[in-house]
Write a protein that binds this ligand. Structure first.
Ligand code: FPP
Length: 248
């Protein structure tokens, strides 16, 4: 049976975020180099985008490289950067044809020049697309993002543009890199680890968390549809009681 038959197309999360974990373990299991796993992971990214378009998800955010990932062996870091440039170069035409807009969060100026240039070119090319927004988190740290927002807010208070007692949550959210992106309703982390790892700490406040043992290179269409099914069985209460949700 196709999982698609079991999901409610009227209740699709608008934004799904992913911590794509397990590329290295997947490769090791097959006696291959870690980069082989990352390359297979790119295929999963492509399939997840395709499936997301098919069922009507509007935003996907993918944790492709954290600020902590710089501590990996230089050969792996270099390989990941090359893979990123290759994937963007090979896929930008199809993304554009399919109405996919590319955005990034994180400090992309800290990436190698060729990565930065290919990302900027792809973002410029796809900026008016409206079918789906793909947000790549690259050289990203949620704590850093929050700290930068706190500094900006302090400046606004110091120069008198904002008064301290008027500041609301949405004022803070507007200073984050995700300012024009709705919070994710669902976060999926693959490969069995159950932690957030410095990803979207502000934005995940009310997000449903879904952890699966599947390694990212094996996370394909059915795995995404299965996760959506599980999400649809959850009751999102936002601090209320069950009866209030049922009445609404
Ligand atoms: C985690 O697996 C994965 C990463 C740190 C990189 C994710 C990158 C990709 C899927 C490829 C590039 C992406 C795009 C969007 C083109 P891991 O290496 O930590 O696996 P392990 O925990 O099994 O070692």
């Amino acid at each position: 049976m196709d999982y698609k038959d079991t999901i409610d197309l009227q209740n699709i999360p608008q934004h799904v975020a992913f911590i794509m974990d397990g590329n290295g373990r997947w490769a090791k299991k097959q006696g291959q180099h870690r980069l082989f796993g990352h390359a297979a992971g790119v295929e999963s990214v492509k399939e997840v985008i395709k499936t997301a378009r098919e069922i009507g998800i509007s935003f996907l955010t993918m944790y492709a490289f954290s600020t902590e990932n710089w501590s990996r062996p230089s050969e792996e870091v270099e390989g990941l950067m090359n893979l990123l440039v290759e994937a963007i170069t090979n896929e930008v035409d199809e993304m554009h044809q399919n109405g996919v807009r590319l955005l990034t969060i994180g400090d992309i100026k800290g990436l190698p020049g060729n990565c930065y240039d290919s990302l900027m070119a792809a973002m410029e090319r796809t900026k008016d697309n409206q079918n789906l927004t793909l947000v790549l988190a690259l050289n990203y740290s949620a704590r850093q993002e929050i700290l930068e927002a706190a500094k900006k807010l302090t400046e606004l208070v110091q120069d008198g543009s904002k008064s301290l007692d008027q500041i609301q949550e949405q004022d803070f959210a507007q200073l984050l890199q995700t300012k024009d992106i709705p919070d994710p309703e669902l976060l999926i982390r693959t490969s069995g680890e159950c932690r957030i790892s410095n990803f979207l700490l502000w934005q995940l406040s009310y997000t449903e968390l879904y952890f699966t043992e599947t390694h990212w290179p094996d996370f394909r269409r059915d795995a995404l549809l299965e996760a959506i099914c599980a999400y649809q069985k959850r009751e999102r209460r936002f601090g209320m009681v069950s009866e209030q949700i049922k009445k609404a």
